[in-house]
Design a protein around this ligand. Structure first.
Ligand code: NAD
Length: 428
């Protein structure tokens, strides 16, 4: 979070209120959907390697499960807050609905810094998280996944604890497991590829030849790297990425106006998505300030780092050449910036549509795990393409037919689907 006054939950509720207004939703459905159905806040005592006990604060929020089990990641972060988890759980509900998968929205977290925990301590923390929630999560009720600073190993420890408690094999309890241990092929690529599938469709609609386009990306982690990979395969030219440099405590943009070589850049990037600044200069990159990624003269901008990046303050820096913003990150654009982008007529592919490839593939993982039969990678990526293309086209058609902003269209489709499910169940 770059600004301590920024509250993602307030932003998520504001976006929901706007959709509710556009849909003319009845009061009970509004009251029901603008807050989570259930929240768990709990203490996890963990025995540290030195024998002492440290107590960590954990969260799980289940925003809505009318369309299926709640789905969403677990974040390990020192600045984790219940409001961040609430907002993200709400966005998960809309995300699963927009790609029309039978899952609801959830999110979890623990206030901790894994950099300061040994692997044994992290294992005990993962097992402790599951012990606190073993009765409230599961393949038929709430399916967690990795998120910020959690990975496939954490998921496997959590699965093992869950199976130990419940006495059986429940591989559909959690996704993001290692391939070969219940994980799905294609999950690593899914979010970034999904972003670019929506961009491909948007460019087709706008009559833009992708091969003649340039793009700038914020972040060089999982989402950004695979988005760039597919973009290049389709003939696009990436000219800028940015990333966080831990030892300097700030971010930089790396620009190469005639396009860069993704594989060479990956070679000088660590697994946190941090590029070696000096080696990048050796590769011919210009190293500029953190905001420079936003002001490049490109056709496509892909914020794929973190929330609250395109704000009322930074939005004027966007170049006149930009035609599409595809939001790889969750919540990168504030409602204030949205107003300016709307006026300028830039096509926004909103976060919960653009980055839904990840959860779509997690859903495929859950299906494969539950049936204990795993598909080939081509089959998974093919299914991903179909889902993302269908979702993009449905949102775009709705936006055009009703002459509304893409984010509003995506929200209206999702909120309507979830409202209908709640109403059909007789909840509201
Ligand atoms: P990641 O940790 O792999 O990479 C994050 C990248 O952002 C790194 O390159 C990091 O250096 C950079 N970064 C951090 N702070 C920055 C700053 N201030 N300025 C510029 N760059 C900065 O993360 P990821 O998995 O690629 O996720 C990125 C975003 O996408 C997050 O908002 C995440 O919630 C969202 N997302 C991820 C997935 C997924 O499947 N990984 C799915 C949906 C949404």
């Amino acid at each position: 979070m770059s600004d301590s006054s920024y509250n993602p939950y307030t932003m998520a509720q504001k976006q929901f209120d706007n959709a509710a207004e556009l849909l003319d939703l009845d009061q009970a459905t509004r009251d029901f959907l603008r807050v989570p159905m259930r929240e768990y806040q709990f203490s996890i005592p963990v025995r540290m390697d030195d024998g002492s006990i440290k107590v960590f604060r954990g969260f799980r929020v289940q925003h809505n499960d009318a369309r299926g089990p709640s789905k969403g990641g677990i974040r390990f972060h020192p600045q984790e807050t219940i409001n961040t988890v609430r907002a993200l759980s709400m966005w998960m509900t809309w995300k699963c609905a927009v790609v029309d998968i039978p899952l609801g929205g959830g999110k979890g977290g623990v206030i901790c810094d894994p950099h300061n925990l040994s692997l044994n301590e992290q294992e005990r923390l993962c097992r402790g998280w599951v012990r606190c929630l073993a009765k409230n999560v599961g393949p038929l009720s709430d399916v967690p996944a990795p998120d910020v600073m959690t990975n496939s190993q954490h998921m496997l420890w959590m699965l093992d604890e869950y199976e130990t408690i419940h006495g059986g094999k429940y591989p559909g309890f959690i996704t993001g497991k290692p391939v070969g241990m219940g994980g799905s092929l294609g999950r690593t690529e899914a979010t970034g590829y999904g972003v670019m599938i929506t961009v491909r469709e948007a460019m087709k609609e706008l009559g833009i030849d992708i091969q003649k386009t340039t793009a700038s990306f914020q972040g060089f982690g999982n989402v950004s790297q695979y988005a760039i990979e597919l973009y290049q395969q389709m003939g696009g030219t990436p000219i800028c990425v940015s990333c966080w440099i831990q030892k300097e405590g700030k971010a930089y943009s790396f620009v190469k106006k005639d396009g860069f070589d993704l594989e060479r850049l990956r070679e000088i990037t660590n697994h946190f998505g941090e590029i070696d600044k000096e080696k990048a200069q050796d590769q011919g990159f210009e190293v500029l300030d953190s905001g420079a990624w936003l002001e490049q003269d490109v056709d496509l901008l892909v914020p794929a780092a973190l929330e609250n990046q395109i704000t009322g303050e930074s939005v004027p820096r966007i170049s006149k050449q930009v035609k599409i913003i595809a939001e790889g990150a969750n919540g990168p654009t504030t409602p204030e910036a949205d107003e300016v982008i709307k006026e300028r007529g830039i096509l926004v592919i909103p976060d919960f549509l653009a980055n839904a490839g990840g959860v779509t593939c997690s859903y495929f993982e859950q299906v494969q795990s539950n049936q204990n039969y795993f598909w080939a990678k081509e089959e998974i990526l093919g299914k991903l393409d179909l889902k993302m293309t269908d979702a993009y086209l449905a949102v775009s058609k709705f936006a055009k037919t009703n002459k509304i902003y893409m984010r509003d269209a995506a929200y209206m489709i999702s909120v309507e689907r979830v409202s209908k499910a709640c109403q059909a169940r007789g909840w509201v």
